[in-house]
Design a protein around this ligand. Structure first.
Ligand code: KIV
Ligand code: ZN
Length: 439
């Protein structure tokens, strides 16, 4: 690891780093959510979804409670164009759901985007152009002023095209590669776009600040969000949206700190699908809020179903240690953990407790459709009499006396040790039956 000298240590901190948000310990309310599964998520799949899968995914996102869903970049591919037409023509978009479409700042692309949107009731048209130093110098070969001109041109075109249509259109602007952009310049270009769109109480505009590539520690991103939140024009009529990617593994931290720092909306995907290391995982952000007693306003009551659906449609895999959703994230194999959970549950049963405080369980797994018998108490050579007794009681109704529990506990543990495998409840029962049940 000799080449570390070529990486920069700090990325465009705001001119006056402001960190009021660090004094807050909780997010007080659910943000607005926007699913970008069908766009950012889809564009990163080995095999992008076909039209039918997209329709199925869209319907599922609606069922999960998403009210804003980015459905694609309709000018970029025929499938995306046809998908949007299908949603509109087959009347598949509920009245309380707003679809979002992505566009670049080029007239023929904007024209095609509005063609694809014909007949839509509610839509957010999402304009982006890249603003970072690296993109300006290496890719676009444009000065700061030329990049502003490009963004402003797109903003004007969006306004002109939307005025000719009947639907209810709102606008979003993303300075793509925001985290690699000098903050004064990011502010300048966003304010120039806002001057064109003239946000008002009835015409709120979304400014989306992506960590297109995550390049700094999460508190730096949060300070950038706070700087924008404190300095943007028309602030009362602007919704600040964040769009963390996960290159440094900090997408959740960026989302939570970004919300503390003034953001009101989060764009992300189920389980963090998306470009490279992915977008922020909205399941985790939402359930982290839930674990703090805040209604996330998304329906994650049946996480196993969400996992199953996602894996089937995307061909991706939810890792076993994915927060809240992975197969092993509530599992207690070890005897001391099993014992503490059993005692915690017993204590809960015996006392009037308002909050959730059972040891080793961040939330009640049952709240998201997970089961104690199969997801929590799992038996292998590390397990204890408490866990084995729990399995026999929960699944087979044997409430064993302490001495017998201890005895069968040792027998089952030893069997798992010798076989070198986990024992499922029916296998525990078979061992129990052989030694203790007269048949
Ligand atoms: O990551 C990103 O910057 C994007 C933009 C198009 C918002 O996906
Ligand atoms: Zn993105």
């Amino acid at each position: 690891m000799k080449n570390y000298g070529k990486y920069s240590k700090s990325y465009f901190m705001p001119p006056v780093p402001s960190t009021n948000w660090v004094h807050k310990s909780h997010i007080e309310d659910a943000p607005l959510w926007c699913s970008v599964d069908l766009r950012d998520g889809n564009q990163a799949l080995v095999i992008p979804m076909d039209l039918d899968k997209k329709v199925e995914f869209f319907t599922y996102l609606v069922h999960l409670g998403f009210k804003e869903i980015e459905v694609g970049f309709p000018a970029a591919s025929e499938t995306e164009y046809n998908f949007l037409r299908r949603l509109i023509e087959d009347d598949l978009i509920p009245d309380d759901v707003t679809i979002q479409v992505l566009t670049q700042s080029r007239e023929h692309i904007i024209k095609k985007t509005f063609e694809a949107l014909k007949g839509v009731k509610n839509a957010i048209v999402h304009l982006y152009n890249s603003t970072s130093l690296a993109q300006r110098e290496q890719v676009f070969k444009k000065s700061q002023d030329e990049i502003i001109e490009l963004g402003v041109l797109g903003a004007k075109l969006l306004k002109e095209y939307a005025e000719k249509e009947e639907g209810n259109f709102r606008f979003e602007y993303s300075p793509e590669s925001f985290t690699g952009t000098e903050m004064e310049f990011a502010l300048k270009i966003c304010n120039a776009i806002l001057d064109i769109w003239q946000p008002s109480k009835d015409n709120k505009v979304i400014i989306n600040l992506p960590s297109t590539v995550q390049v700094s520690m999460p508190h730096v991103y949060a300070s950038q969000i706070e700087y924008m939140s404190e300095n943007l024009k028309y602030r009362d009529h602007v919704i600040i949206s964040i769009h963390p990617h996960n290159d440094r593994g900090c997408a959740i931290a960026e989302a939570e700190m970004g919300l503390l720092a003034g953001a009101q909306r989060v764009e992300g995907t189920l389980f963090g699908n998306g470009e490279r290391t992915g977008n922020v995982d909205l399941v985790t952000v939402a359930l982290n809020l839930f674990s703090h007693g805040i209604d996330p306003k998304l329906n994650f009551e049946n996480i196993p179903d969400v996992v199953h659906f996602y894996e089937r449609i995307t061909g991706m895999f939810v890792p076993p240690r994915q927060p809240y959703s992975g197969e092993l994230v509530f599992a207690a194999f070890s005897g001391s953990h099993q014992d503490a959970i059993a005692k915690g549950m017993q204590y809960r049963g015996d006392h009037q407790i308002t909050g959730w405080s059972v040891p080793y369980l961040p939330i009640d797994p049952q709240d998201i459709g997970r089961e104690y018998g199969s997801d929590v108490i799992r038996i292998n050579s590390q397990s204890g009499k408490g866990g084995i007794g729990f399995i026999l009681n929960e699944n087979y109704g044997f409430d064993l006396p302490p001495k017998m529990r201890e005895d069968i506990g040792y027998t089952v543990k030893n069997a798992s040790d010798h076989l070198n495998k986990e024992l499922k409840p029916n296998e525990v029962y078979e061992i129990f039956k052989k030694d203790y049940v007269n048949v």
